[in-house]
Design a protein around this ligand. Sequence first.
Ligand code: ZN
Length: 233
Amino acid sequence: MKTAIISDIHSNLEALTAVLSVIDALPHDEIVCLGDIVGYGANPDECVDVIRERKIPAVMGNHDKAAAGLIETDDFSQMAKAGIAWSKKSLKGESLAFLKALPLIMETPDILYVHSSPDNPGDFRYLIYPSDAFVSYDSFSQKVCFVGHTHRPVIFDPLSGESAVLTREKSIVNVGSVGQPRDGDWRACFALFDSERWSVEFFRVEYDNETARRKILEAGLPQRLGDRLLVGV
Ligand code: ZN
């Protein structure tokens, strides 16, 4: 079974469209989304439409939760607050209802999908360093947990390190961000998990980031939200 895993689309329709066309051309059995469909970018409603119409199972990210009005944005940065305000203004009722109904986790006997971290998924903790991930291992029973949230693709596997073939003991894998990468590479990121080989492959996809940036500026969103798409930070 091959699962394409996308996360942190952040209302970037150009990046989402480009990533899905690459996935469509790859052998795969399913697509899963790890949340933060909205926030930051200019096309929240359009991105929700794509996920909903393609029936891509998704978990809830902190930006989805805030846009749906389920949490306040006091802890959000000024840029994030601006993105949430734009999302709230743009989203139609059925999109809001869709975001509100997203679960915090999805799971199979062997795989856990969550936006931020497996312990207390509703707290949206950041797993940045291996030490952040290692304290989470006892909080899930599956062999692998896929996360997003930091916008940086990385494999945390205490036995195999960052090898693409995971150990079957316990791993946490961050699949990176489709719509706002922050690892210094502007190209959209997603991961393909092969449950037979038990391996993860990261893909980087060029997309029309100039158009995504222009739409952000035209929407009156903070300039930095557009500029960062050109450099991936
Ligand atoms: Zn995010």
